[in-house]
Design a protein around this ligand. Structure first.
Ligand code: HEC
Length: 144
């Protein structure tokens, strides 16, 4: 389960502060939700990789953030708001059922997170990382 975590960790580090200079408030709101998800995910990745200690309360908080914020994705993205800085692809709204299924997948993966110990966290975090990737692959602009 090392690989998915590493891939997902990479995904985070390349996307920090992509929302600088965004003017549209709805685009900003959805980016902020993504950033919260990203920060929570990064915390869990660091715990899984033993960069920081596995702290139960912090892990639970991160899990709750992922579950709660992913539950807002559909409402936040429903209106096709745009901004020159947005990385959201128009296929989101052409393919809404599929997009919203991807956000549900993230909520489910978040709910399935097990942080009893590091091994459990590492193995359940993989599917969270894959859920990010599955959506970004189709619906987020690729950066080089
Ligand atoms: C259902 C689809 C979907 C899922 C699932 C998803 N994302 Fe996103 N994410 C997007 C889209 C679309 C954007 C681009 C939004 C924009 O620029 O308007 C984005 C943008 C981001 C950004 C950049 C935010 C910013 O400030 O611009 C980060 C960080 C991010 N996602 C992290 C994650 C992580 C980590 C996960 C998994 C734990 C995840 N995302 C899961 C669709 C998704």
């Amino acid at each position: 389960m090392r690989r998915p975590i590493l891939i997902a960790a990479l995904l985070i580090t390349t996307s920090a502060h992509a929302h600088n200079g965004v003017k549209d408030p709805e685009v900003m709101a959805r980016m902020m939700a993504m950033e919260k998800i990203g920060a929570a995910f990064k915390t869990l990745v660091s715990m899984a990789k033993q960069e920081i200690p596995l702290h139960q309360a912090k892990a639970r908080m991160a899990r709750d953030t992922i579950v709660m914020q992913s539950g807002k994705i559909n409402a936040l993205f429903e209106n096709p708001a745009t901004d020159p800085k947005s990385e959201a692809l128009p296929t989101i709204w052409e393919d809404w059922a599929h997009f919203s299924a991807k956000s549900d997948d993230l909520t489910k993966a978040g709910l399935a997170l097990d942080f009893t110990d590091r091994a459990a966290l590492a193995s359940t975090l993989g599917s969270v990382g894959l859920a990010c990737k599955a959506c970004h692959k189709d619906y987020r602009l690729k950066k080089d």
